[in-house]
Design a binder for this molecule. Structure first.
Ligand code: A2P
Length: 317
C-alpha cells in the first residue's frame, strides 16, 4: 500500500475509506468490513452525522482484535459552525467522544467558510459569520492548540485554494500538512498538486468516483459520469479492471491520497484492491487528457456575497 510519511514519521495509507453519505444504519457494517479487508485509513467528519456509529465500529474492531488503534489512521473535520476560536476544541472533543477515541490522526478545517454557532446549514446570509468576524488565522491557532493538547496528531485544511494556504503558511506555527479537495479525471487541479508537492502538503482526493450518490439538489442532472466515460471504460476493459479501480489507482499513481466511499462489501474489496494495480504511462496520459475543469461540488451553497462569500472568493479562481 502506498503511504505518505509525515515529518514526525507517522504514516498515512494513501487509500482510505470515505464516509460522506454513508448513512447511519449502513456505516457500522461498512467500517467493520473495511477494517477486515485491510483498510487502515478512515475519513470522517462531524457534518456527515455518522461519527457515533463509526465510533461503535472502531470499539468493536479493537475489541475483536481486527485492528489496533495505533495501526489505524483516522481523519475528521471541523464543521463551519465551530470556527470561532473558543469553539474548535469543544467541536473536536465531541468528535472524539462520538468516535470513542482519545486522539485523531488528522483534523481538517472542512471549508474556508464560517457559519454562526448552532447553524448546521445556511438558509440565508444571516446564518453566516463574515471572515472578519471569524478569521481563518484565529481558527488555525485553535487547531494548533489541538495538536499541542494531544487531541490530534496532525492538522490540515479542506477545500482551500492555493491563495488561502499561502496565507496560512505565512502566519502559522504548525503548517497545514494536508489539503483535501475534489479531484478526479474531470477536475484534476494540476497546479494545486504541484504547489502541494513543493510545500510538502499531502493532497487528498474526495469524490474520486464523482460522488454519484450525493443529494440531487447538489447535482447537475446533465453532469457526465466518470464510470461511463469511454476512456475510463476502455482502460478498465483492456486491463480487466472495474472503472472505479481505474479511477482510484489513477489518483494514487499521480501522488494523491484518495478516499472512495462505499457501503457495499464487494465494492469495498474492489476499491481496496485498486491500491495494488499499476497503470501504464500511456493509460495515465490518456486519463490526464480527460481534464475538463469540471467541479462537481461547486460550493454554491456557500454563496453569501453580503458576508463576503461568493464562488470567486471561495475558490480564488
Ligand atoms: P456504494 O456505497 O453503494 O458502493 P465517491 O467516493 O466519489 O463519493 O463515490 C461514492 C459512490 O460510488 C457511491 O454511490 C458508491 O456506492 C459508489 N461506488 C463506490 N465504489 C464503487 C465501485 N467499485 N463501483 C461502482 N460504484 C462504486
Amino acid at each position: 500500500m502506498d503511504k505518505f510519511i509525515f515529518r514526525n514519521g507517522d504514516e498515512m495509507p494513501a487509500l482510505g475509506l470515505g464516509t460522506w453519505k454513508s448513512a447511519p444504519g449502513e456505516v457500522y457494517e461498512a467500517v467493520r468490513e473495511a477494517l477486515k479487508i485491510g483498510y487502515r485509513h478512515i475519513d470522517c467528519a462531524a457534518f456527515y452525522g455518522n461519527e457515533p456509529e463509526i465510533g461503535r465500529a472502531f470499539v468493536d474492531a479493537f475489541d475483536s482484535g481486527n485492528v489496533k488503534r495505533e495501526d489505524l489512521w483516522v481523519t475528521s473535520k471541523l464543521w463551519n459552525n465551530a470556527h470561532l476560536k473558543e469553539d474548535v476544541k469543544p467541536a473536536l472533543g465531541k468528535t472524539l467522544k462520538d468516535l470513542q477515541l482519545d486522539y485523531i490522526d488528522l483534523y481538517l478545517i472542512h471549508w474556508p467558510v464560517a457559519l454562526k454557532p448552532g447553524v448546521q446549514f445556511p438558509s440565508s446570509a444571516n446564518d453566516f459569520l463574515s471572515i472578519d468576524d471569524a478569521p481563518t488565522a484565529a481558527t488555525w491557532e485553535a487547531m494548533e492548540a489541538c495538536v499541542k493538547d494531544g487531541l490530534s496528531k496532525h492538522i490540515g485544511v479542506s477545500n482551500f485554494s492555493i491563495k488561502k494556504i499561502r496565507k496560512l503558511l505565512d502566519n502559522c506555527e504548525i503548517k497545514p500538512e494536508v489539503n483535501q479537495i475534489e479531484l478526479h479525471p474531470f477536475h484534476q487541479q494540476p497546479g494545486m498538486l504541484e504547489f502541494c508537492n513543493k510545500e510538502n502538503i499531502v493532497l487528498t482526493a474526495y469524490s474520486p468516483l464523482g460522488s454519484p450518490d450525493r443529494p440531487s439538489q447538489f447535482k447537475d442532472p446533465h453532469e457526465p459520469s466518470l464510470f461511463e466515460n469511454p476512456t475510463i471504460a476502455e482502460i478498465a476493459n483492456a486491463n480487466g479492471l472495474a472503472p472505479a479501480q481505474v479511477l482510484i489507482r489513477w489518483a494514487i499513481q499521480r501522488g494523491t491520497s484518495v478516499i472512495p466511499k462505499s457501503v457495499n462489501p464487494l465494492r469495498l474489496k474492489q476499491n481496496f484492491d485498486s491500491a495494488a494495480i499499476l497503470l501504464s504511462d500511456k493509460d495515465m496520459k490518456k486519463i490526464a487528457a480527460l481534464e475538463a475543469k469540471r467541479r462537481l461540488i461547486t460550493g454554491k451553497f456557500w454563496d453569501a456575497p453580503e458576508l463576503g462569500y461568493s464562488m470567486s472568493t471561495l475558490w480564488d479562481e
